[in-house]
Write a protein that binds this ligand. Structure first.
Ligand code: AKG
Length: 231
């Protein structure tokens, strides 16, 4: 195998090419059940009533703190982040029979402009399919620049959405994956989710990491940040 072929089949090579990689079966089903029960507890005791997104899980819950630095997650991150790994924050995203909305097409770096690059690991705690709101990605989109606009919804709310979408439907990958599988994606990758039309719960945890460096002002809002692999 040539060194170019080796790079394109390596985790880091695929991440550089596609902007995401799928890591099958990182977390066992029984652990997903425990994390889901814990997520429910934290949502019930700490979140706004009816919230479908709740931040700072690792700051609140020892179980989610453990997950944020689990060697099964950290191993691949070491390969993808040769400059070291620092955990920034995490959040639960919960969809259900009453929270069915698809997450709109977006890039995460829009929410942390002028800060250092980051990547996130999305792990569903329920099997995730097109029917119940799995992650959708546009491979290679991390190599382009995207604009985001605020869009009014029928219910009077607003959301942010990529405004210069130029990909075709066939470019989109709908990630049907077993619970406990991880999707690592760049903060420049266009991604979203399918609607949850299945009428069942869909819990996912998203954890965000960057290279260790002195705190930027943006970082100070994230109390669980921690250097996991020094530079
Ligand atoms: O879990 C989802 O529906 C996607 C959430 C997402 O993409 C995000 O919060 O950046």
């Amino acid at each position: 195998m040539s060194s170019t072929q080796a790079l394109s089949s390596s985790l880091a090579g695929r991440f550089a090419r596609d902007g995401f990689v799928i890591l099958p079966d990182l977390i066992a089903p029984a652990e997903c059940d425990r994390l889901k029960a814990e997520a429910r507890r934290v949502l019930d005791t700490h979140a706004q009533p009816g919230a479908s997104v709740h931040l700072h899980m690792a700051a609140t819950s020892p179980l989610f703190r453990e997950l944020s630095e689990d060697p099964r997650v950290l191993g691949p991150l070491r390969e993808l982040m040769p400059q070291g790994v620092m955990f920034l924050s995490d959040k639960i995203v919960y969809k259900s029979a009453t929270k069915t909305f698809p997450t709109p097409w977006h890039i995460d770096c829009f929410y942390w402009r002028n800060t250092r690059p980051k990547l996130s690991v999305w792990i569903p705690l329920d099997d995730a399919t097109a029917a119940n709101g799995t992650l959708t990605v546009v491979p290679g989109s991390h190599r382009k620049d995207w604009q985001m606009v605020k869009k009014g919804l029928a219910n009077g709310e607003f959301h942010d959405e990529v405004s210069n979408a130029d990909w075709r439907e066939g470019d989109v990958v709908t990630c049907a994956i077993r619970r406990g599988t991880g999707i690592v994606f760049s903060d420049r990758l266009v991604h979203g989710s399918t609607p949850n039309a299945a009428g069942t719960d869909r819990y996912a945890i998203i954890s965000t990491y960057h290279a260790p460096a002195p705190d930027e002002p943006f970082d100070l809002d994230f109390p669980a940040r921690k250097i996991l692999v020094p530079a």
